[in-house]
Ligand binder design. Structure first.
Ligand SMILES: [Zn+2]
Length: 458
């Protein structure tokens, strides 16, 4: 890539520390101490109280923010206003999202989380209430004359999802619920492999299937959502008097899965990003900083893919690094490790700068890990150093048990974890964006003075 020298220069910068050369060793020591102090000050000006207030606005006041819905759009407006308040240049990038089915399943007054099968049809608008029929694994012989007009409850396994659905439809079932044959925290999505049946088909968790076997009837409602749009909210700060500056991205998705308030996933990352924008607006930088709140992440990283695909070759060439925040506020006791997930598991500028920042802040629970599943993936695909920050179990890397459930609410968000993640990411971003001095001998002294003046941080 054209501008590859930028990351290399920065890497060298991080490895050797401050490259401005004061004349004497004593001066150098004094300046190094000063830099560490500044970094501490900057990190500690992160206020988790503020981030927590944003988590509350998004997850409690607005609630679930499913891509394409009015709630997602309302959140987008809120974020655009928040970016404006931080003096960022705000723009909105709108994009179409695929048609899909979403709905609800209830039995005996309980809501059961579901995923519509890809290839399913919707239910009638008012939903469909019918007796349940235990159809085993869904073989033709598992159905009887009694299954007609009922909702077939079928276990996953042996047959394809399409075969099960086809057999149920042939037996006159009104709908098909396939329950998992292994434990999972979230429902699975059956795929009809390009076939269609003319009755609704959904997937649910094993435990919910087992519970449904004891119930008499259920109500299923699947609605079609077509021609919807989602949007990315972009807040940019450009350096003055720098031609073609390097670009640094701080990103987080603000959409959620259905029926989840999405407090940790990912009002937490969005809120930390906003708080960083507040702090960093006072830091002189020769980099262009782009804060981006992505929509439609939960539908398959749609917002970030759209964004990266629309980058011009010139912009991609100037792009240095992407810090992505996804699930940085969990209160789950076991999630004591802050993971820096890179797509290939290899060290890059995000890891190097966050490792350095953690060292200076005395934080010993930072690990490099291989991991995708968030908005850093498209940046990696475009050759930009990227990583996602996420809390997990230090042994297994597992995330909180209420991931993608209605329990992902603010009562499971920890101010302390928001604070720790916020400090680390803010300090590591500072490493990357702070103004670098040129290696010109004649300008050096002036720049040292100017830098000291500019970087006084309150
Ligand atoms: Zn997420």
């Amino acid at each position: 890539m054209k501008m590859k020298f930028l990351p290399l220069a920065l890497t060298a910068f991080l490895t050797v520390g401050t490259v401005i050369s004061p004349i004497t060793p004593a001066a150098r020591t004094a300046q190094a101490a000063d830099t560490v102090k500044k970094e501490h000050n900057i990190a500690h000006s992160f206020k988790s109280e503020r981030a927590y207030a944003t988590v509350s606005q998004l997850s409690e006041k607005i609630g679930p923010r499913v891509a394409g819905t009015a709630a997602e759009k309302k959140s987008a407006l809120l974020l655009a206003a928040a970016f404006k308040k931080q003096k960022l240049d705000v723009s909105v990038q709108t994009f179409g999202i695929p048609d899909r089915l979403e709905g609800a399943l209830t039995a005996n007054g309980h809501d059961i989380p579901l995923r519509a099968a890809s290839g399913s049809v919707p239910t009638p608008n008012e939903g469909l209430t019918a007796p349940l029929f235990d159809a085993g694994l869904g073989y033709p012989e598992d159905f009887t004359a009694d299954s007609e007009g009922k909702i077939a409850l079928i276990s996953r396994g042996e047959l394809t999802f399409y075969e099960k659905a086809k057999n149920a439809a042939a037996a006159g079932a009104k709908a098909v619920i396939i329950y998992n044959n292994a434990d999972s925290t979230v429902p699975f999505t059956p795929n009809l492999s390009g076939h269609t049946v003319d009755i609704p088909v959904v997937g649910i968790k094993k435990e919910d299937g087992t519970a449904l076997l004891t119930q008499k009837e259920a109500t299923l409602q699947l609605k079609a959502f077509t021609n919807q749009t989602s949007q990315n909210i972009i807040g940019v700060r450009k350096p003055k008097h720098v031609k073609n500056p390097g670009i640094v991205y701080v990103t987080a998705h603000y959409d959620s899965v259905p029926s989840s308030p999405g407090a940790n996933d990912n009002a937490s990352g969005t809120s930390v990003m906003l708080e960083m924008a507040r702090i960093l607006k006072k830091i002189p930088s020769d980099k262009e900083i782009r804060f981006i709140a992505f929509g439609a992440e939960e539908l398959g990283l749609l917002g970030s893919n759209e964004y990266v695909n629309r980058l011009s070759e010139q912009e991609a060439g100037r792009s240095i690094v992407n810090f992505n925040l996804d699930m940085v506020g969990t209160s789950w006791e076991s999630a004591t490790e802050l993971y820096v997930n890179t797509v290939d598991g290899a060290s890059n500028l995000v890891w190097q700068s966050s490792k350095a920042a953690a060292g200076k802040l005395g934080f010993n629970h930072l690990s490099l890990k291989k991991g995708g599943s968030s908005d850093h993936v498209p940046f990696h695909g475009a050759g930009i150093d990227s990583a996602n920050f996420i809390w997990g179990d230090p042994e297994t890397g597992a995330v909180e048990p209420w991931y993608h459930t209605p329990n992902d609410s603010i009562k499971h968000v920890s101010k302390e974890r928001l604070q720790q993640a916020g400090e680390i990411v803010t300090a590591s971003l500072y490493h990357v964006i702070k103004k670098e001095t040129k290696h010109s001998e004649t300008k050096k002294k002036k720049q040292v003075e100017a830098k000291d003046k500019f970087e006084d941080f309150k």
